[in-house]
Ligand binder design. Sequence first.
Ligand code: HEM
Length: 436
Amino acid sequence: MTESDVSGQPKLEATRRVASSCPFHTTPEQAALSKDFDAFTFMANPHPILARARQEAPVFYDEETDYWVVTAYDSVRSLLGQPERFSSDIALDPMFPFDPAVPEVLTEGEFGARPFILNIDGEEHSEHKRIMSKVLHPRAVADREDDIRLIARRLISSLPDDESFDFVERFSMVFPALVIFMFLGLPEEVVSDVNRWADARMELFFGELPLEQQADEARGMVEFWQFIERHIDEQIDDPGDHFVGDLIRLLLSGEEEITRNDIANYCWTFLFAGHETTTSQITNMVSDLLLQREAWDAVVADSGLINPAVEESLRMNTSVFNLRRRVTEEVTIDGVTIPADSKVFVVSGGANRDVAEFEDPDHFTIGRDNARRHLGFGFGEHFCVGAGLARLQLRVVLQELTAAMPDLALVDGAERRFINNAFFCAPRTLWLERKA
Ligand code: HEM
């Protein structure tokens, strides 16, 4: 087995040993961090503990989840750039083993989603990514800008002027869903069903769901899958002008070697990877700008600041906060040796606040020089396929919202709730009002 430092830095020796029952804690700081870190609740306020980790023990082993937590920007970026040593094959695994009823429900419902794009490596990954990028190419995305803007305007015009409202419920949950639906050719009426199924999937795979609730959530996933299959069947004879239509045309023409199951998996992946992520990013962006009021006012006054504000939002509070990898050979990261086959919790959202990379990282600084070096869309082989579409949506939302509601403000003291899960910084409420 080889041993080397992932960041290319000389290996630092971990000098202090601690009396701990866990052999993986080699310093008191690592042991203390493992004790204080709770993967399922830290998302409501992640940055204090991550700043402490970067200073005291940038890599530590979390006993509760059996993951090695990597927090520093250089190490995160470096490991994401080495897919052979850091496999994505665990990227979507459930955090805890399922209740035995779950596989039964999935088998009975002929649930056909399988390891796909996000959790495969090598040539198979490159091949699927090539096809996905083909249907999601920049021109296809740009062609839809006017339609996307109309959706944003319609939803914004329905927001109340004279009372407070939950922006998540009224806007950010709905807008990206309608955009993805337009790209997939799905009817708008099913938005609330899809939102419900998406929550079921997130809690089942990435949360700490009690065993007795798991089978119910699995039924929701089966419904979701069957819904996608029906949609593809309905399109086969007369494919429409959207992604699913494009994919079916590729299948029927034989131009690409894809199957009906592949198409269902592309849709499943788009609905999953393209919806909740964007919902939360829009929420985080609006919330951050309003919290730092002068930043919001600056964007209202100068629309030229919108693109840099979008990038800064992706750095400051990225919705896809943690990624996962499995190490394929023993590695040393920031002086800590991680055995082969271990699981790594890659805190890319936290790395975006590393002071070693970003000056004054807790400040929303519109137009910082290196803003685009954020890891909000990942890095390397698995870099987000939908980054162009996501950026376009964020830009349109900010343009339309600042134009229509320049006096928007946070409701003082309103409770903020987050979905308890280990990967997505996903606020479930954002109470806003107009202050005119
Ligand atoms: C602001 C919104 C979004 C954020 C923050 C985001 C973030 C990410 C991140 C961090 C990854 C890398 C995952 C990894 O390395 O394990 C990723 C991958 C991916 N994203 Fe996004 N994403 C967003 C929107 C979208 C949209 C709109 C779509 C599609 C319609 C999409 C589709 C995908 C797909 C298919 C992958 C897998 C790429 C691969 O494995 O090669 N994402 N995204």
